[in-house]
Design a protein around this ligand. Structure first.
Ligand code: SAM
Length: 375
């Protein structure tokens, strides 16, 4: 099977996790960069990464990278790439992308130039005057960062955080990829007990349970490249079978979720049912002020409300204080809390044993970890 270069964009701050995960899945020449991980592999690897990655946002074929300071350079750079390897005569190939800190900053103009360059390339290769674009969608994506152009073809379709279990959510749900990263950073294993005292729609506990049981996050969803004629359908079938066979039968994970919003708890239960982990998690009404860990050995992972979206800052900071008080009385219990509030440790009442910077979308956050050994 021929090998290709792929790019897996991810939330800033979790590139290392994505790199380790891809290596474990069998990717070659894995190289984490700012906000993405580059790797090599065949179509099997591409399908596996789509089905199994918990932390990547999508999987793209990296067609090429080059410098461009003018539209002519952009046109020639794109036209030189082997688009005919992936796009057949009838396939659709829309273009979208972003430009940051670059001379070529007009997105509509870059889109037009890239489209034109791909069309010109394919016209020459297929000896056709125009393209009907009625076939499978091959979404071309571009990123121009400090005048360096990266052009990709997306293989995922909907972002990989869309696992298929969360149609509904409460007001400020955490992204599934970030929730999975929190479970990994907290060292969740198949026999662990995890509690989220402010669980909202249950994402953290659901992702922790999926990870504990090694259920592939994308096992029940569809990917754009499944429609591509270039990729035999048996590859997807085989990779789904392989993922199913790696689920852990001996998993004893238990999750406990609490919230004061009864609607959110109802949603959390529905989501857990759809994700196939409802038998591993209990959701109950409960105020964090009265929270006690349900079992002696337990890891608390939570993203409390914070000043901007759900509560005013003062009320949010009172909840951090409550968490800190709880930790003081149960120091054997590990805590992982994600918050964008720079005063979090002050409110919690002690410095974290470990801290990690990452982004929840555009919001700069820190993960504060208590009860873990300092390095
Ligand atoms: C940022 S949201 C959590 C989102 C959740 N991780 C998810 O993915 O849906 C914070 C949650 O804290 C809950 N909350 C606020 N005050 C609370 C309290 N005193 N006790 C328990 N839960 C509370 C809110 O109802 C909300 O669901």
């Amino acid at each position: 099977m021929p090998k290709y270069t792929f790019s897996a964009p991810c939330l800033l701050g979790i590139e290392g996790l994505v790199g380790n995960e891809l290596r474990f899945l069998g990717a070659e020449e894995v190289s984490p960069e700012n906000g993405r991980v580059i790797f090599k592999g065949d179509f099997e690897m591409m399908a596996r990464a789509n089905i199994c990655s918990r932390y990547a946002e999508r999987i793209q074929i990296l067609m090429g990278e080059f410098e461009a300071l003018s539209f002519e350079e952009l046109f020639q750079g794109v036209k030189a790439l082997p688009w005919e390897k992936f796009i057949s005569k009838t396939d659709a190939f829309p273009v979208k992308g972003r430009s940051l800190s670059s001379k070529l900053h007009s997105i509509p103009d870059c889109q037009k130039i890239i489209k034109k360059a791909v069309v010109e390339r394919l016209k020459e290769k297929y000896m056709l005057p125009w393209f009907e674009e009625t076939g499978a969608v091959h979404q071309i994506q571009f990123l121009i960062l400090k005048d360096r152009v990266s052009v990709m073809i997306d293989t995922s379709g909907a972002g990989l955080h869309k696992r298929g279990y969360r149609e509904k959510a409460n007001d400020a749900p955490i992204k599934e990829t970030l929730a999975a990263a929190l479970a990994e950073i907290s060292g969740v294993r198949k026999n662990h007990v995890v509690a989220d005292p402010m669980c909202g729609s249950g994402t953290i506990l659901i992702e922790a349970a999926l990870k504990a049981k090694n259920i592939a996050p994308g096992i029940n969803r569809y990917f754009a490249a499944e429609k591509w004629s270039q990729i035999p359908s048996y590859i997807w079938k085989e990779e789904r079978k392989r993922a199913k066979e790696s689920e852990r039968e001996d998993c004893t994970f238990r999750g406990y979720g609490y919230d004061i919003d009864r609607e959110a708890l109802k949603t959390a239960l529905e989501n857990a049912q759809k994700a196939g982990v409802a038998d591993m998690i209990k959701f109950e009404y409960g105020d964090v002020r009265k929270f006690r860990c349900p079992e002696e050995r337990c890891t608390v992972i939570t993203n409390p409300p914070y000043g901007e979206r759900l509560l005013d800052l003062k009320s949010a900071e009172e909840l951090y204080k409550v968490l800190g008080e709880n930790y003081k009385h149960t120091p054997d219990i590990r805590y992982t809390v994600i918050s964008p509030d720079d005063d979090f440790e002050k409110c919690f009442g002690r410095k974290a044993d470990k801290r990690r910077k990452l982004y929840n979308g555009m919001i700069k956050c820190q993960v504060y970890m208590y009860g873990v050994k300092k390095k």
